[in-house]
Design a protein around this ligand. Sequence first.
Ligand code: FAD
Length: 469
Amino acid sequence: MAETPKYDIAIIGSGPGGYVAAIRAGQLGLKTLVVEKDDKFGGTCLHVGCIPTKDLLLNAEVYDYFKNAKEFGIVCKEFSIDWSAIQARKTKVVTRLAKGVEFLFKKNKVESIQGYGRWAGPGRITVTDAKGQTREIQAAKIVLATGSEAKTFPGFEPDGKTILTNKEILALKAVPKSMVIMGAGAVGVEFASIFHRFGTKVTILEMLPRAVPLEDEEISAELEKAFHHQGIGLETQAKVEKATKAANGVAVSFTRPDGKAQAIEAETLLVAVGRSPNTQDVGLEKSRVKLERGFVKVDPYMQTDEPGVYAIGDLVASSPLLAHVASREGIVAVTHAAGKPVEPVNYGQIPNCTYCEPEVSSVGMTERQARDTGHKVRIGKFPFAANSKATILGSREGFVKIVSDETYGEILGVHMVGPRVTEMIAEAVVAMRLEGTVEDLAYAIHPHPTLTEAVMEAAHAAHDWAIHF
Ligand SMILES: Cc1cc2nc3c(=O)[nH]c(=O)nc-3n(C[C@H](O)[C@H](O)[C@H](O)COP(=O)(O)OP(=O)(O)OC[C@H]3O[C@@H](n4cnc5c(N)ncnc54)[C@H](O)[C@@H]3O)c2cc1C
């Protein structure tokens, strides 16, 4: 085993956790190494997650505009989907962004090695390349950023054609005629919105009582109503039992809450039931790193129980599996590793965005959480149907809901479902970070005509002062 020079910090994994951590480490003047097993940087987010899905969602939106062109006074007689051109654009977007990461590594003097990284002992990792050659690397601090993979079950293993995860579905050769989606979380409902608009007959099977089950209950109800209206099938409290080969794809059997068994046949089945952390076979069994159901336990500075070893991103216990959370955790870890002061992640102020149609976004407590934690709650709600920009856009579904505390007007949570709300939630995050009140949101002048006026109006509505409703 050949030895290489010693690094201040070695980061295993180059997703939005690892690559952002590496750039900040470089900025802090640390001699930094990134180890990535794949031949490209960017991880799940860039290659099989956030970016390609949002790219496809845009294609679906454009296609929708063509379908509804008449409403906008445009006559468009012939149009169709060119699936290979859609795939080519997706690849172009992803490649451009991956090159951007490479450029930023160079700019910040971050070194990288392609290979499979494992913790090997205090201040040491090993990297095994594609030819099976292993070398040892020394680093004063080590950051685990190996991310996660789609959860699968026996009998539901992806085969690339009929049973799919987020990876295989992005490489489909054609738009399937029908699809069953197991799971109505963010990944499930986003793919439902993509393929439904491309013409696929979509049915979602969700084991829990509602879609997007982590969101405020009223948000779930509004999204379910919208899906019903659009013709996306959704069965809640549906326990999927098995998937068997059928003449034209796959037969998915499930039971309803009353115990009734049913089966649906579809060309494809997407398994979107959560993620498993990549914490096996990375050397942790020999370390003091503590795991909780496979996820790594860390302190507020992202330190594990093994001195000098940090963990960030999807593999961290009790941390939401989101790219921006991974990135922020990466900044906290390397700044702490550099011995500089840094503020830990505030998990109470993380924006959640689901890019389905209509979009969903939120930050902070749901109404139920606020009530369950003893707050005297004041709710302000404003529908997009009464917002001028939403009417111009022809997207009048949904609303903004602000959960505040009656005593001082503290903003406890903000929840939105409707047009472009994923772009609007950052305002609520900033207001909460600055300890703004619901009155601050109401009195901050919002530009007209914009969708953001719905936030201001919802804040007014907390005191029954909404102007346009
Ligand atoms: C379909 C889908 C859509 C999503 N959309 C969004 C979204 O819109 N917004 C959002 O915030 N989040 C989204 N997410 C979640 C987001 O992708 C993840 O939270 C994020 O990628 C986690 O970043 P990470 O750095 O922890 O891990 P990853 O992005 O998973 O990166 C881990 C990296 O480590 C590498 N690696 C693993 N093991 C080793 C090893 N032993 N040695 C070397 N390298 C290794 C992997 O190859 C990978 O490059 C989505 C996820 C999916 C599946």
